[in-house]
Design a protein around this ligand. Structure first.
Ligand code: FES
Ligand code: FES
Length: 158
């Protein structure tokens, strides 16, 4: 099968690569662009580990083809930290023990970012519902929920 060229913006930078038309976006990010922070779990849209933002909205990169993201703006976990400073969500996960093994963490952070975009002042029920899109096998979720609760006012202040 002949390769296709995919051009997109990732974390504010123009990026481009060539891959088979059937290549998954998550594999393109990891293998072609070297952005291995986005994790692959189930590969069929269930676990949420591969969640990134596509044109500002959370999307599972394991059920999208790279060619479908041609021309899109992507934000991955590598784009959260700015000038060596952790994003407020990353800082809150660190302070509130929102991770253990870290496998779910990139998808959890990107999902939380999207949740706080849609609901800047979420209730605990909102957070639980929003984060139910991502599976964590380690933490029991409470630390993650506490972290998102703590990050929300910091992000509202900008
Ligand atoms: S790896 Fe994409 S949802 Fe599980
Ligand atoms: S911290 Fe291990 S899966 Fe969530």
């Amino acid at each position: 099968m002949s390769d296709v060229t995919v051009r997109l913006t990732v974390n504010g930078q123009p990026r481009e690569g060539r891959c088979e038309a059937r290549k998954l976006l998550v594999d393109f990010l990891r293998e072609d662009l070297g952005l291995t922070g986005t994790h692959v779990g189930c590969e069929h849209g269930i676990c949420g580990a591969c969640t990134i933002l596509v044109n500002g909205e959370a999307a599972r990169s394991c059920i999208m083809l790279a060619v479908q993201a041609d021309g899109a703006e992507l934000l991955t976990i590598e784009g959260l930290m700015r000038n060596g400073v952790l994003h407020p969500l990353q800082q809150a996960f660190h302070e509130h023990h929102g991770l253990q093994c870290g496998f779910c963490t990139p998808g959890m952070l990107m999902t939380a970012l999207d949740l706080l975009r849609v609901k800047p002042d979420p209730s605990e029920a909102d957070i639980r519902e929003g984060l139910s899109a991502v599976l964590c096998r380690c933490t029991g979720y409470q630390g993650i929920i506490n972290a998102v609760k703590a990050a929300a006012p910091v992000m509202r202040r900008g």
